[in-house]
Ligand binder design. Structure first.
Ligand code: PLP
Length: 428
């Protein structure tokens, strides 16, 4: 019997016929906590972080975890305790960092639509930097800061106009995107920012997309950003840091071959040094690459439904738990939690959830040997799954466990469906 490979999941493996997360048997976790169940490996998170830390050894660098990838409090605690800062995109995320004990000076605030209330909240908390995404936002931030008697630390997100060769919904550095300011406007907008009394210009920022598996767009973007650094500093505005964003991909399948973080940064730092900017503080905002392959989602097969054109494997996890396939046609590997002794033949299935949408599929055309009641593990479920999960169809969100060695700790209780209507008001 050949057991399926688990691409990119060094801390998840079969022992005999049973899937383990570190030293814990996954089917025992599912028996205790039910399904759908997210299981994370702390060691996997820390080893992903260590690859970046190795790459930046001896450098003035700051890693800010882009927490929208997975914003569960205990996950934030893991990264805060490992010395990470955080890249946030809302006031709600700021509150989560505070609850997890993160260092406010290492928080950077990205996003095209910050409200005045969010700006005040972040200024009062003393965050490290605002990544400003438009000229209009510069003016508003300056006036909000002045009204508080403060100067807001800012960098401006520039759009390097390089194609990251990823899905259009997760490419952010092209001309047609809503993010950042255009390359050709950047110097003028920096000059404008430098004149605003409520701002303190400290850096430059870019982020070209997500799930990038090719080094070339990164190298091109680095060149474009460094061209701007030269032009902005020639205009008399000193930039203390360069923030190079996130976006490094993970292997969802063995077809994805992203570079390792340390290998990627060896090349990027080489370029930085060659162009004479090696002494600047470097900031990065990785999300997916820190948590994506540190998590799986355990689900139970409810029904098998053979059909003329398609066979369906209906599971108890759905698009509200695992939104990426419905949103981006994304691929998640799906493997058995327990390799059964039963010698059932492999059958081609579409793996679908119970939600009433044809878009509610988790995997298409998968060869599986399954029966109702079996458990499956949806791989690469650590990033952009629970943080994007919804209550659609009035489904409570699943539970989350963090495994550390031979211990598993519940970090999010299963959400009772009744909780989803708590903020609602009945008519009299
Ligand atoms: C989403 C996002 C990131 C993280 O992207 P990943 O692909 O998860 O690494 C970093 N910076 C900004 C501004 C983002 O919007």
């Amino acid at each position: 019997m050949t057991l399926p490979a688990l691409p990119g999941h060094p801390h998840f493996a079969y022992r005999g016929t049973a899937l383990f997360a570190e030293d814990v048997c996954v089917s025992e976790l599912a028996a205790e906590h039910g399904t759908p169940l997210f299981v994370y490996s702390k060691a996997a998170m820390l080893s992903a972080l260590a690859s970046y830390q190795r790459g930046f050894e001896g450098r003035n660098a700051q890693i800010c975890y882009a927490m929208k990838a997975n914003s569960s409090l205990a996950v934030l605690q893991v990264f805060a305790r490992a010395g990470c800062g955080f890249d946030i995109v809302s006031g709600g995320e700021l509150e989560r960092v505070q609850a997890a004990g993160g260092d406010m000076r290492q928080v950077i605030f990205s996003g095209v639509g910050k409200t005045r209330a969010e700006m005040r909240q972040a200024l009062a908390a003393g965050i490290g930097c605002f990544n400003v995404e438009s000229e209009a936002e510069l003016g508003v931030l300056s006036s909000v800061a002045l009204a508080m008697g403060l100067r807001a630390p800012v960098s401006i997100r520039v759009n390097p106009n390089v194609d990251p060769k990823t899905h259009p919904y997760i490419s952010t550095g092209l001309k047609g995107n809503k993010f950042g300011v255009a390359h050709e406007d950047a110097v003028r907008i920096y000059q404008h920012a430098a004149l605003l009394d409520g701002l303190n210009v400290i850096g430059i920022d870019c982020h070209i997309g997500s799930q990038i598996t090719d080094v070339t767009p990164y190298l091109d973007a680095m060149d474009r950003v460094l061209d701007l650094v030269a032009a902005i500093e020639a205009a008399g505005i000193f930039l203390a840091h360069i923030d190079f964003g996130g976006g490094l991909g993970i292997n969802y399948s063995s077809d994805d071959q992203p570079p390792q973080a340390d290998a990627l940064w060896q090349q990027l730092l080489g370029k930085l040094d060659a162009r004479g900017y090696g002494g600047k503080k470097l900031m990065i905002e990785p999300g997916r690459s820190l948590v994506g392959n540190a998590g799986i989602c355990v689900t139970e097969v409810l029904y098998l439904k053979p059909g003329e054109q398609k066979n369906f494997c209906i599971i108890d996890a759905a698009m509200n738990d695992l939104p990426r396939p419905a949103m981006y046609q994304a691929f998640h590997a799906i493997v058995p939690v327990e390799q059964a002794a039963r010698q059932a033949a492999d059958v081609l299935y579409d793996v679908v959830g119970p939600v009433c949408e044809s878009g509610d599929w988790i995997g298409r055309d998968r060869l599986l040997s399954v029966a109702a009641g079996d458990q499956l593990a949806v791989l690469s479920a650590g990033a952009y799954c629970m943080s994007m999960a919804s209550n659609y169809n009035t489904r409570g969100r699943g539970a989350e466990l963090l495994v550390d060695g031979d211990a598993a700790r519940l970090i999010r209780a299963r959400e009772p469906p009744a909780d989803t209507s708590r903020p609602e008001l009945l008519l009299p």
